[in-house]
Write a protein that binds this ligand. Sequence first.
Ligand code: FAD
Ligand code: NAG
Ligand code: NAG
Ligand code: NAG
Ligand code: NAG
Ligand code: NAG
Ligand code: NAG
Ligand code: NAG
Length: 540
Amino acid sequence: MKPLGSSLFPFAFALFFSFFWATWAHTHENFLQCLSLGSENSSSISEVIYTPSNSSYSSVLQFSIQNPRFSTPATPKPLVILTPSHVSHIQAAINCSQTHGMQIRVRSGGHDFEGLSYVSDVPFVLIDLINLRSISVDAENSTAWVQAGAAIGEVYYRIAEKSRNLGFPAGISTTLGVGGHFSGGGYGTMLRKYGLAADNIIGAQLVDVKGRILDRGSMGEDLFWAIRGGGGASFGIILSWKIKLVHVPSTVTVFTVSRNLEQNATKLVHRWQYVAAKLHEDLFIRVSLTSVNSSQEGKRTIQALFDSLYLGGIDKLLPMMRQSFPELGLVREDCIEMSWIESILYFANFRSGESLDVLLNRTPPIRYPRIKAKSDYVQEPIPEPGLEGIWQRFYEKEGETGLMVLTPYGGRMSEISESATPFPHRAGNIYQIYYRVYWLEEGTAASERHISWMRRLYSYMAPYVSKSPRAAYVNYRDLDIGTNSKGNTSYRRARIWGNKYFKSNFDRLVHVKTVVDPVNFFKNEQSIPPFSFGRKKGGD
Ligand SMILES: Cc1cc2nc3c(=O)[nH]c(=O)nc-3n(C[C@H](O)[C@H](O)[C@H](O)COP(=O)(O)OP(=O)(O)OC[C@H]3O[C@@H](n4cnc5c(N)ncnc54)[C@H](O)[C@@H]3O)c2cc1C
Ligand SMILES: *[C@@H]1O[C@H](CO)[C@@H](O)[C@H](O)[C@H]1NC(C)=O
Ligand SMILES: *[C@@H]1O[C@H](CO)[C@@H](O)[C@H](O)[C@H]1NC(C)=O
Ligand SMILES: *[C@@H]1O[C@H](CO)[C@@H](O)[C@H](O)[C@H]1NC(C)=O
Ligand SMILES: *[C@@H]1O[C@H](CO)[C@@H](O)[C@H](O)[C@H]1NC(C)=O
Ligand SMILES: *[C@@H]1O[C@H](CO)[C@@H](O)[C@H](O)[C@H]1NC(C)=O
Ligand SMILES: *[C@@H]1O[C@H](CO)[C@@H](O)[C@H](O)[C@H]1NC(C)=O
Ligand SMILES: *[C@@H]1O[C@H](CO)[C@@H](O)[C@H](O)[C@H]1NC(C)=O
């Protein structure tokens, strides 16, 4: 027998939508009108507004969706997309959204793993910063101003254009947007020498909930602290960052050495855990783990890829490796000398010999169809049987497209105190784990299978990783954390992920939020809640 609800459903649905659209059309028009009246330059704002009836709406929306899992017909879409070319457009959007009850989602590079920068289930306007991406490098003073919509590859390119000896310690994928990436910390191959991107920010400009443009002086040190690792989207819209550039040698060395289980991969990964965080800070060696076909027909094996950046030449690297990690068996032929900017292309998976200009076009060399990611921190080496249990999970069907990247900490990362920025994962961590699985199949059944594989792996890892809290990296956004504990108020749930991402810094973030955005206008599923919000009875 058909349940009654299902025959009524289409009717109720249509009724709801006609009501919704009628109401919406009204708000919509008022909102658009508000934008053009509110903006200092109404002639130019009309050139950067896209409504769904605009033929470019779809391509503007798609352009920087980096996880197509959130790009299906069923994914909620923005009612308006704004691609501001002037700060007054952002101010108008903030002002008008509040007047007309719209939420804002801000997007820089679009890499948020849970799509929070371009998806929301309440009516929202998407502010895409693609047009605000100028970069000005002051090589003499080793600083640069970069607008939030710039991709990190563009920043690297502009720095290298000015000097072979300047660089910046940020992420490995060159399409990352500096707006989101720096706000959550941001690490790359130089983290052991220079820390995170956020550790090297010396100024910022932001538009707050009142539409005011604040700089480091006028925002105050508390807010300036919060935006350097507290995650984007909670405190305002970042317009630009002032960054401190770092010294890089004229010649760096890279290598990638691959070992499978038949080549002692388990022993090598085990050994790596004792070595990687203690190496000289100029030497970064990470490990990527995947399952691959073995040379034996029909069998699979685990591949451990050791890839490395050394801030110096081969002649110094080889003796260093012989002394610290002889088991890897690195030989001169494995190593390639290049400039720092060429190492950026190398790590970002561009083909060797590719022109540096690829850094200016914002298309990644590989775009994964649908992904789920998670993170962990490891404080004690995992024993060999523990590693073998991981291999077993990678042999499962859904594990074929699984990946774990182990990124060594130590060096500069251990010298910075836990409270210097909101990013708390410092001394005591030997490495970070990034987990990722991707899948090609459409549909929720396939998604559920792969996500559930990821959750099983994560649950298997519990005994081997940090505890109380089991820490996580905010830039590896994971809505599994906290959001699924039903019965908790949103504030109590926020404490769950808040402690994982920020540890004891969470309280200070809540304090800053309470001061700068008490009405909780800038919010998403995992934004910092203001304090009053948590006090409200049952405040969900
Ligand atoms: C393929 C891939 C590779 C990655 N590699 C690395 C890596 O090497 N190192 C690393 O540290 N991380 C890495 N990450 C994670 C990455 O740092 C985060 O996803 C980061 O948030 C991306 O920033 P974005 O601007 O590209 O993303 P977006 O999705 O645009 O933004 C992320 C969050 O920040 C908010 N936000 C964006 N811009 C602003 C702004 N101007 N003002 C206020 N809030 C804003 C968004 O609303 C959203 O909540 C990777 C992610 C992916 C998908
Ligand atoms: C936004 O509102 C603030 C305060 O009401 C006002 O000072 C500012 O000029 C407004 N900005 C725009 C662009 O409308
Ligand atoms: C307004 O925008 C137009 C088009 O972008 C530009 O030509 C003009 O100079 C702007 N005027 C002001 C006052 O900013
Ligand atoms: C789409 O929107 C852009 C930006 O506002 C505008 O320049 C363009 O004319 C619009 N195109 C159509 C077909 O409406
Ligand atoms: C370097 O900084 C100083 C002090 O801020 C400034 O006066 C000088 O113009 C800067 N140099 C360049 C090349 O901009
Ligand atoms: C693996 O390790 C053993 C001893 O630990 C060694 O004898 C053997 O040569 C190694 N195999 C490879 C392929 O490196
Ligand atoms: C691995 O082996 C399977 C079956 O033996 C085959 O279908 C698949 O194409 C192989 N994959 C690669 C990358 O070679
Ligand atoms: C709230 O979340 C915590 C941590 O996950 C959990 O232990 C607790 O049982 C939850 N409370 C309720 C009422 O579900």
